[in-house]
Write a protein that binds this ligand. Structure first.
Ligand SMILES: [Zn+2]
Length: 75
């Protein structure tokens, strides 16, 4: 195994191949190609992508740092 490539992260300059929004998922294909997807299209194509990807960088969690629930109040 020769996976000596340093893990790179996605930046604001990485754009979804489908819609041009900021990419949060990078897929390296067995063919050597590379695809970028926004969070929306990552969800839409995620399962299919996992089957053809040799490497998958998922940064969609970056979008989920807002609390889903309101803080509870003790009464
Ligand atoms: Zn998209």
């Amino acid at each position: 195994m020769t996976t000596a490539v340093a893990p790179s992260t996605l930046t604001a300059e990485d754009r979804c191949d489908r819609c041009g929004a900021q990419a949060y998922l990078r897929v390296e294909l067995q063919t050597g190609g590379e695809l970028l997807f926004c969070a929306h299209h990552a969800r839409e194509h995620g399962d299919a992508l996992k089957e053809i990807a040799v490497n998958l960088l998922d940064e969609t969690h970056k979008l989920q740092d807002t609390p889903a629930t309101a803080p509870q109040t003790d009464d």
